[in-house]
Design a binder for this molecule. Structure first.
Ligand code: NAD
Length: 297
């Protein structure tokens, strides 16, 4: 079993760290909000008073932070955490950030002889709690193999996407497609309802037809069609519109850099930005269904 320094125990990092404790690892956690460390400490982790204390002597350093600038600030520029990390540690950043941020971290760490992986996740808070996340990893293959048993303590699937930054690229490609098929699903459901169809009947028909997709199968955006998805709980929980907007922004930035055509991603971003501005920013992204709903005057 390994020693792990875990930084950032919010909605995702908290349950991930708890699963590492349950898998038998010795975990020391740090978060800017001390109260967020309490449930992880109650599960058996140690609380650190600083990020330096969390990573001291750890075989693995795992971070789950909100954004790329925060990741770079913590490790490289502001707190300079790399200076406190042992050369034998492996740093695994699970945050969803720009591929460039991941490459910058890898480069700065390599200069100090420290290995890193970008390992963003898919599966949301429910997947983090259940330990069924998918890890999409970028970095050197031997480091990936070293991390695999640890990652399997928090997830079910672990993929090696390529070199540093490749995990982030694969993650943002996936989330751009997710946004597009969620919007398309909501649009088709509303068209059916507006023309007299029952959304459940229509969903069942499309599920057995060529319109079948993940949003329809597991995350139906129309309220009441599927039990226990956010659509049937006032769009609470799940994956926030604001976070989807962040990921779409990362996808469009990557597309700009590679001069890729991303017409569907651009449209999805515009729709989600406006949806957030309409007051849905903190609700689940399947609430885009409301964008299509007829407003009675
Ligand atoms: P969150 O805001 O709940 O958690 C982030 C935590 O990081 C907070 O507790 C915050 O206090 C802490 N933090 C920020 N700066 C810090 C610092 N310098 N030192 C220590 N702690 C610091 O966010 P989340 O929902 O857990 O998401 C984390 C990452 O996971 C994001 O990059 C997000 O895009 C990604 N993600 C989220 C989901 C989801 O459904 N929530 C799904 C997949 C990926």
């Amino acid at each position: 079993m390994a020693t792990v320094g875990f930084i950032g125990v919010g909605n995702m990092g908290g349950p991930m760290a708890i699963n590492l404790v349950r898998a038998g690892h010795q975990v020391k956690v740090y978060d800017l909000s001390p109260q967020l460390m309490e449930p992880v400490v109650a599960a058996g982790a140690a609380a650190a008073a600083s990020p330096e204390e969390a990573v001291a002597g750890a075989e693995f350093v795992v971070s789950m932070l909100p954004s790329g600038p925060i990741v770079e600030d913590l490790y490289i520029h502001g707190a300079r955490l790399l200076e406190a990390i042992s050369k034998t540690s492996l740093v695994i950043d699970c945050s969803t950030i720009a591929p460039d941020n991941a490459v910058n971290l890898a480069t700065a760490a390599r200069q100090r002889g420290i290995a890193t992986l970008d390992a963003p996740v898919s599966g949301g808070v429910a997947g983090a709690q259940a330990g069924t996340l998918t890890f999409i990893v970028g970095g050197a293959l031997p480091d990936f193999e070293r991390a695999r048993p640890l990652l399997l303590g928090m997830g079910k699937n672990v993929f090696h996407a390529g070199d540093h930054g490749a995990g982030q690229i694969a993650k943002i490609c996936n989330n751009m497609l997710l946004a597009v098929h969620m919007i398309g699903t909501a649009e088709a459901l509303q068209l059916g309802v507006d023309n007299g169809l029952d959304p459940e009947v229509l969903s069942n028909i499309m599920l057995q037809s060529s319109g079948r997709n993940w949003s329809l199968e597991l995350y139906n955006p129309y309220p009441g069609v599927m039990e226990s998805v956010p659509a049937s709980k006032g769009y609470e929980g799940g994956f926030q519109v604001n976070l989807m907007n962040k990921d779409l922004g990362l996808a469009l930035e990557a597309g700009l850099k590679s001069q890729s055509a991303t017409p569907m991603g651009n449209l999805a971003k515009s729709l989600y930005v406006q949806h957030g501005r309409n007051g849905w920013g903190k609700k689940d992204f399947s609430s885009i269904q409301k964008w299509f709903e007829k407003q009675e005057k």
